[in-house]
Design a protein around this ligand. Structure first.
Ligand code: BEZ
Ligand code: FE
Length: 296
């Protein structure tokens, strides 16, 4: 009997129609979304392999890399998210899921250093508990897209210190909940607190993702930023940062989290009297101002 090449799927593997054969095998899948996702992933993956034409050694290297990414994960370390972050995929998923009405503040990645139970503090509190770093006062308003102040908005902030470390990375060195706080706006929608100017820092780079970054000729740094989660009843919760526009890494964030609208004003204020009024020991301080606009 002659074995002729068939154009319809016969279940046999042929390089030219490799993806189609794999996709056709899902004919009994009763989850349409899973079927769609796996068809796209299969098609794109086969396309990539056909373009790359990896050697078997290269393919095993990729398998070992992915194995290590999984192995280094624990309760505190999520290497898969880091992998997604450095490929810009986390920011893309965020963008797709948080398309905002015009005028609303833009979102960015949450990152691994948020702590759920940071203390609520009176407006104006100093969240820098160890007195290290350059004094900074942060002010702004929470508004709706019409410019009306939002009362009762909850502002959860966290940031790295003047050496680029979060408290959770330096347990026993920094006080617990250093440079974290929750503030609730009054009728005027204003918020303000005191802190210390954050510094740029590397994402956790002692694992396979850090090695990959170096191999790709990339650095692991994120420009200095303050994290915010802003929430209020009947508004969409905003997960975002504000950035220091003068940071050396502002245009090369390792995780692509910077958007132009998230650049804040970091002004150096040389005013001894004002510094004293704010309870700062020096005769100058950083003043940061940024308003957030929530979408309904
Ligand atoms: C952060 O900003 O805390 C962060 C975000 C993504 C990866 C690592 C750190
Ligand atoms: Fe951060």
């Amino acid at each position: 009997m002659m074995h002729t090449k068939m154009t319809v799927d016969d279940g046999y593997f042929v390089e030219e129609r490799s993806a189609e054969t794999v996709i056709a095998r899902m004919r009994d899948c009763d989850d349409p979304r899973l079927k769609e996702i796996m068809a796209v992933v299969t098609r794109k993956l086969h396309e990539a392999v056909k373009e790359i034409e990896p050697t078997e050694e290269e393919w095993m290297k990729a398998i070992h890399f992915l194995t290590e990414v999984g192995q280094i994960c624990n309760e505190w370390r999520q290497e898969w998210i880091l992998f997604s972050d450095i490929l810009g995929v986390s920011m893309l998923v965020d963008a797709i899921n948080h398309r905002k009405p015009s005028g609303a503040s833009e979102s960015t990645v949450l990152g691994p250093f948020h702590v759920a139970d940071a203390p609520e503090m009176p407006m104006g509190s100093n969240i820098c508990l160890d007195g290290k770093g350059e004094d900074m006062v942060v002010t702004g308003r929470i508004l709706d897209t019409e410019g009306v102040p939002v009362a009762g908005a909850r502002i959860d902030v966290w940031q790295a210190n003047d050496e680029g470390f979060y408290d959770v990375q330096q347990k026993g060195i920094q006080p617990d909940f250093n440079l974290r706080g929750v503030f609730v706006t009054g009728e005027d929608g204003h918020y303000w607190f005191r802190a210390a100017k954050p510094k740029y820092y590397p994402i956790p780079d002692d694992g396979p993702v850090g090695r990959l970054l170096r191999a790709m000729g990339r650095h692991p740094y994120r420009p200095a930023h303050l994290h915010y989660i802003v929430s209020a009843e009947s508004f969409t919760t905003l997960v975002t940062h504000i950035f220091d526009p003068d940071d050396p890494y502002i245009r090369s964030d390792a995780v692509f989290g910077v958007k132009e609208s998230l650049l804040a004003n970091f002004d150096r204020v040389e005013d001894r009297e004002k510094a004293q009024e704010l309870g700062f020991a020096g005769d100058w301080f950083w003043s940061v101002n940024h308003d957030f606009v929530l979408a309904r």
